[in-house]
Write a protein of this length. Sequence first.
Lengths: 406, 186
Amino acid sequence: MSLSPTPLTPEIVSHEGNAMVLSMGPQHPSTHGVLQIMLEIEGESVIKAEPEIGYLHTGIEKNMENLFWSHGQTNAERMDYLAPSSNALCYVLAVEQLLGITGEIPERAKHIRVLNAELTRIASHCVWLGTHAIDLGAISVFFYCFDLRENILDLQEAAGGARMHPNYLRVGGVNGDLPAGYLERVDALISKFPGRMKELRGLLQANPIFQDRTIDVGILSADEATQWGVTGPALRGSGVAYDVRKAFPYSGYEQYTFDVPTRTEGDAYARFLVRLDEMEESIKIVAQAREKLRTAGPYAIDDPKIFAPPKETIALSMEALIHHFKIVSESFRVPPGDVYQSVEGPRGELGYYIVSNGENRPYRVRTRPASLYNLQALKGIAPGNLIADLVVMIGSLDPVFGEVDR
Amino acid sequence: MPSTQTPPIAGTAIDPPGVRPAIDDAAIEVVTPQTLHARCEALRAGGYAMLLDLGAVDYLGREPRFEVVYHLLKMPNLRVRLRCGVKDGEHVPTVSDIWKNADWAEREVFDLFGIVFDGHPDLRRIQMPHDWEGHPLRKDYPLRGPARERSPRPAFGLKSNVQAGTPPTGRTLEALQEQVKKAREQ
């Protein structure tokens, strides 16, 4: 194009007077991955902050255009690597909309999906809380959080076979029924959870150092948050009760009773409280899903052209073998069209805009990355604050760079 | 190896009704780069306070070639999707003066598709390196680069270290065996 590329130098931030330009990151420990922020500072006060992203850009969207539909959720899970099941859920829901099979998904599959999405939300918030606390100098919280997260990763491993990226959700259902003893382990988690939350709250919520560092820091008004496209706990911390699970219910969320916690202060402490409350709401949903899963039933649609028959059957049935071979070797075809599907991920509204041209791979997959828009709000809230507070703000916005850069 | 996919719909229309299954995800409007900004201002005044997302699609082989897609949200649960067909080389007015978060989204579309947004305050690459050539999400962008020579790598093997002049340790096999023997005797 006609625009000449701008070299990445400190001059990209215009500065006058006594201001100094400081590059924070991309290897700074508090930037949660690979975020660089070009800061214009005067003394310790930030005048202007310009985040530079793209250090983790791996072209996942381009990759997905060239892979089968059935490979999509595997890639989607790699974007927001702390909440794999939320990403996979959004992708499979979008593809199911295009296939026109949304109404045919069995109830059991829906509840298993909800169970997984909520467990992954708790696990993701655990990582957020642990690292946020470490940024503020409280090391021990991290171990409490990761202990809780470990239980959830074990559950993911039991269901999907892998801890970080279970790839358990599939277009048409889930990959196999829950293993024996799984629900009892969920019960154990549910009974352990209140005690753990009490400990976590006890470590931080009334901690004067934590309160000093977070109260009135990074205030985002409701209007400003909307302007920046901020969603999720960051938006609800500013007093806007927008939750995709309530606004556009998906995967049977309308059958669950849960509250949408909001705060009106809009500061880092409010976002902290909203996330803690949200974890407690999530475990309520997990308990409800667990009750709904008492009754057995099919875990995937009965359409061998979309959902491959179980591997065990291919030695017994010629049709099963053929269907299995077709799905593995050339996936399924999706009718032409486009769809926007969103879910409430741990970081906010996670969306997929998918265009199909009728082939066995997507024509275009555009992600709406919640982290990208949440992080962008840093440009609005950073000026006028101290550099030390910037660390708190990044932590409270909870960006995941796999999703920001894709 | 360039992408070999065919565009979804043959012909010139952006979205002929009927090709799309009945999905109730948003109200769809078709706009042009000329009418886009005024329509966005009207929608913003009508309560569509949040720009959920802004992305682009490259329908190579179709006119107009690109489509910039805007997803708007009116709280609590109304969504509108604006589809703006853009010819190759045509500019699109920025909406970053209406919604602040269009800033990075438009930069990303510029970076990955090469669509220029007029009036954008800071239009430069965001995901790709600043000196990158080409726009990777275009359908005619090659999936593989030209074959390149392997860059020379530093040698880590013991043999290479000796060749590079690393001083020998002076520990021979016999000396080691002697050492082990002594240790056993003690």
